[in-house]
Write a protein that binds this ligand. Structure first.
Ligand SMILES: N[C@@H](CCC(=O)N[C@@H](CS)C(=O)NCC(=O)O)C(=O)O
Length: 233
């Protein structure tokens, strides 16, 4: 039977979060490479799936879904896995941190990665310098959450939120390639480091490493992707 899910992806892009979730949930899925070297995400065909021109998109029986957090929440609710269910007492806390991760941490990261989309190129360095302290603050908030160790954000249990945060920490260590990244030190967040270390042992991570060429320790000591197809940027 054909899988109901098709992930539009580029290696080491935000689609990685969705790949990890699909693997972790044990759901069959197909993939469609978005060719970033040709800016395919910006083209008319891709924009019929995501008018925003961003990766990822997951095609589902309910139509294409874009926005990483929306896809994660939809998968978690549809398959009753990897997030507190709507009627459970942990749901509210889980939701607020998922939305914080999506609309604050991820949005600020985009400013770091794509400063030139937000400001004139000659002001890019200043904008990046301004956003780094915010990112450090966001990580400290997540470190505090990891210290509380709720069931949906701890080293003992993988949720869609842990996958999302882990990927963003990977990207902070690697991108943008040509600018200073010493502001990001995994040692500053030891509880988050425990989560990432556990995640690296999981079959879902091994599958993503093989599919996207992510290297042996993609979260705790990442290296640039060397994918079998496509490119990260
Ligand atoms: N808010 C979006 C952000 C996704 C995003 O930033 N995708 C990047 C790849 S990691 C992208 O498509 N970049 C291409 C571009 O900005 O043109 C989400 O959560 O899905």
């Amino acid at each position: 039977m054909e899988s109901p899910y098709r992930l539009h992806y580029a290696p080491d892009n935000a689609s990685l979060v969705i790949r990890l979730a699909l693997e972790e949930m044990g759901l069959p899925y197909g993939t469609v490479l978005v060719d970033r070297s040709r800016n395919e995400q910006d083209g008319a065909t891709y924009r019929t799936l995501n008018p925003n021109g961003l990766i990822p998109v997951l095609e589902t029986p309910q139509g294409p879904i874009f926005e990483t957090a929306a896809i994660l929440l939809w998968l978690a609710d549809t398959h009753d896995q990897m997030a507190p269910a709507p009627e459970t007492p942990d749901r509210a806390a889980f939701l607020k941190w998922l939305f914080f991760t999506s609309n604050t941490l991820h949005a600020d990261l985009r400013i770091l990665f794509y400063a030139e989309k937000y400001i004139a190129p000659e002001q890019g360095d200043a904008l990046r310098a301004g956003i780094r302290p915010r990112l450090r603050q966001h990580l400290q908030l997540l470190e505090g959450l990891a210290q509380q160790a709720p069931g949906w954000f701890s080293a003992d249990h993988v949720s869609v939120l842990t996958l999302y945060v882990a990927c963003m920490m990977r990207w902070m260590a690697l991108y943008p390639a040509q600018v200073d990244r010493s502001w990001y030190q995994l040692a500053d967040t030891p509880r988050l480091r425990e989560i990432l270390t556990q995640l690296e042992l999981r079959p879902s991570t091994r599958a993503a490493i093989a599919a996207e060429g992510l290297g042996a320790t993609p979260f705790t000591s990442p290296t640039y992707a060397n994918p079998p197809e496509g490119s990260a940027i």
